[in-house]
Every structure is written in structure tokens, then in C-alpha cells.
Ligand binder design. Structure first.
Ligand code: HEC
Ligand SMILES: [Cu+2]
Length: 353
């Protein structure tokens, strides 16, 4: 009997692994650390379905092992066939009723949450003051439009806390999927229809990630799919209104000579795709709107936001994000031009310091 006991080394290995894996969830990127109502509902479904599955696996395994041990052929008793239970009504009813009950336990909350999560009736009301964001997924970046306010931004999504935020989701070239793990999702963004859903960020809990959550593309869309990240900045409603006002009023003036030189280069080589300023919607959809580029937390969604990384991006975007749509669309920039562009782009800010 003794040799069946697990070795202490194995026990400690598994305990260390469990401890290690327990550290996997990061508060800005974990479905298991929900930040709002939608994420709470989704987490409870994950836990419920996992519990049911584990229960089934454990019970079936125990019965399996029991049967194998109990009815095995022992030494000496050859060709004895145990009593057959085929056609037993009692057994057949039991193993039909139990799964039905388990499915009911799973189905009732799932259906009720599904309807609740799909309830976007607020968006169709005439006099609604619900906040709507139009999300367009592009290769390999995200565009966010606030249609009530005439504001467009990209890569960093700004949302107020403690209210439902409604999303219209679309894609421009190929299918992507919009996912903010801590807040909810995923929902596909398609090229031929608009999907709608809502999310909610609880002000009591946004502190867990210092008001900055990570968003992801969750549908394989091309070579840079894994790099198609975005950020979500959460803030109280007043700060959000202030941000909208700043975005609307933005008349940017380059304040140093270098930035001015950068602006000139930008207006020659980059403005065909990128837009800057309050009326920037004109060219929306081709390239990220850069009105508040200086406030971004990342460059192109993934590089840390620093002048050195911006230089790296401008010199060779392909190296950072393979197959992105900026590669090879403008001539080679010399060092002076890069320096000027970096100075100019980093000065594009609307947030108050
Ligand atoms: C053909 C259109 C096109 C041209 C021309 C172009 N870009 Fe881009 N740019 C893009 C696209 C598309 C992206 C998004 C790439 C991605 O993330 O996959 C991008 C991304 C960027 C980003 C990162 C934006 C962010 O929000 O993090 C910066 C900065 C940038 N471009 C600067 C420039 C500058 C400066 C020039 C001119 C020298 C330029 N671009 C010329 C299409 C263009
Ligand atoms: Cu993708």
C-alpha cells in the first residue's frame, strides 16, 4: 500500500507550480479579475461551467477506476464473466436524468445572461444619453469614434466609469474580434455587418489596474494579429467630458522650431493617411488619428511610448509590426527629418499634465 503514496518531491513540485500559475492573472488583463457588471456575469458562467465539468470528470473517473479494480480478472479465476447489467432501467434513467439536470443548471443562467448582455435597446431610443462608441478594427490598429461629440481617436479608448458604454463594432478589411479581458467580450468585428454590445467599468474596481486596461484582437487576422493591442483608459465622467472638450477644441500649434520643421514634413509625407486636429475625421479609417498621439501609452499599440521607440517605428515600421499598412509608403527619412517628426509627434497632446 505504501508505495502508492505520492512522493513528497512530486507534491512540492505541484504546489510550487500551482503557486506559480496563480500569479498568471494580471489585473489589467484578466477575465478572472472582472472590472464591471459584464465581466462579473461572464466570470460566473466560466466558474459554473468549469465546476460542472470538473464534477462530471471526477465522478466518472471514480466510477471507472472502481469498476476496473472491482471487476478485474483475478489470478486463478479465468473466464468468469461478472453479472451483466445491460438494459437496466434504473441505470439508464439515472444516466439520462443527471445530464439533463446538469444542462438545465447550466442553461438557465447562460440564456438569461446572454439576453442581458445583448440588450442594447438603449442605443435605439430617440432621446438616449447613453454613450456610444463606434469601433472600427483595421489591419492592425483600432479606431474609436464618439459620434455624439464628433471626436475620433485610435489605439487608446477613453471611457467614463459607472455607466454603460455601448459599442458599434465593425472591421474595414478582414474580420477581427474586440476583447477587453477584464471588462468583457469578445465580440467579432465584421466587414459586412455591425455588431453591438455594452460594457461597464466600476469606479471602485478600476484602481486594480491604475485605470489602464489592455484590449486585444481575438481573431486571427494576419501576421501582426498578436501585436494588435489597444489600451482602455477609465476615468470619472467629468474627466471624460473634459477630454472630449479638449479633443474638440484642438488647434495644435508646433511650439519649437524643430517641431515646426516636423509639422512641415508631416504635412508633406504623412497627412495623406494620418490626420491631426479637431476636423480629423475627414481621412478617418486609413491610418490612426494622431490628434493626441503625445498622450498615448504605447506606439502602434505595442512599443513603449518613448522618443527612441518612435524613431524606431518611423525608420522601419515593418520590423515592429510585419505586414502593417504603413510600411514603404513614404520615402526614406534622414536622421534630421526623423528627429523633427519625433519632436512634433510627441508634442501632440490634449491631456492636461
Ligand atoms: C499609406 C498610409 C500611411 C502613410 C503615408 C504614413 N502612415 Fe503612419 N501609419 C499608417 C498605418 C496604417 C498605421 C497603423 C499601423 C499599425 O499599427 O498596424 C500607422 C501608424 C503610425 C504611427 C503609430 C500611431 C499610434 O497611434 O501609435 C505613427 C506615429 C505614424 N504612423 C507616423 C507616421 C509618419 C510620421 C508618417 C510620415 C512620415 C506616416 N506615419 C506615414 C499609415 C500611414
Ligand atoms: Cu487579429
Amino acid at each position: 500500500m505504501k508505495k502508492w503514496l505520492p512522493n513528497w518531491r512530486i507534491v512540492s513540485l505541484f504546489s510550487v507550480m500551482a503557486l506559480f500559475l496563480a500569479g498568471c492573472g494580471k489585473p489589467f488583463l484578466s477575465t478572472l479579475q472582472p472590472v464591471g457588471e459584464v465581466a462579473d456575469m461572464q466570470k460566473s458562467l466560466i466558474l459554473l461551467s468549469s465546476a460542472i465539468m470538473i464534477l462530471v470528470v471526477v465522478v466518472v473517473s471514480i466510477i471507472f477506476v472502481y469498476v476496473v479494480v472491482k471487476f478485474r480478472q483475478r489470478k486463478g479465476d479465468k473466464e468468469i464473466i461478472p453479472k451483466q447489467v445491460e438494459g437496466s432501467h434504473k441505470l439508464e434513467i439515472t444516466w439520462t436524468v443527471i445530464p439533463i439536470l446538469l444542462l438545465l443548471i447550466l442553461a438557465v443562467p447562460t440564456v438569461s445572461y446572454t439576453f442581458n448582455l445583448a440588450d442594447v435597446s438603449e442605443m435605439d431610443k430617440e432621446e438616449s444619453d447613453a454613450l456610444v462608441v463606434n469601433v472600427t478594427a483595421h489591419l492592425y490598429w483600432w479606431e474609436f469614434e464618439y459620434p455624439e461629440y464628433g471626436v475620433v481617436t485610435s489605439q487608446d479608448l477613453y471611457v467614463p466609469t459607472d455607466e454603460n458604454v455601448y459599442f458599434n463594432l465593425e472591421a474595414s478589411q478582414v474580420k477581427h474580434s474586440f476583447w477587453i479581458p477584464s471588462a468583457g467580450g469578445k465580440m467579432d468585428t465584421n466587414t459586412d455587418n455591425v455588431n453591438r454590445f455594452w460594457l461597464n467599468f466600476d469606479s471602485e474596481r478600476v484602481g486594480q489596474a491604475e485605470n489602464l486596461f489592455h484590449g486585444k484582437c481575438a481573431e486571427l487576422c494576419g501576421p501582426s494579429h498578436a501585436l494588435m493591442d489597444f489600451k482602455v483608459k477609465t476615468m470619472p465622467r467629468e474627466d471624460f467630458d473634459q477630454w472630449i472638450e479638449n479633443m474638440q477644441g484642438k488647434e495644435h500649434a508646433a511650439d519649437t522650431d524643430l517641431a515646426q520643421a516636423g509639422e512641415e514634413i508631416f504635412n508633406q509625407s504623412c497627412i495623406t493617411c494620418h490626420a491631426v486636429g479637431a476636423d480629423a475625421q475627414a481621412d478617418a479609417g486609413v491610418a490612426p488619428n494622431l490628434t493626441n498621439f503625445g498622450d498615448r501609452t504605447k506606439i502602434a499599440g505595442i512599443l513603449d511610448h518613448s522618443p527612441a521607440n518612435l524613431e524606431k517605428w518611423l525608420k522601419n515600421p515593418e520590423e515592429v509590426k510585419p505586414a502593417n499598412l504603413m510600411t514603404n509608403t513614404y520615402g526614406n527619412l534622414n536622421q534630421e527629418e526623423v528627429d523633427a517628426l519625433v519632436e512634433y509627434l510627441m508634442s501632440l497632446k490634449v491631456d492636461e499634465e
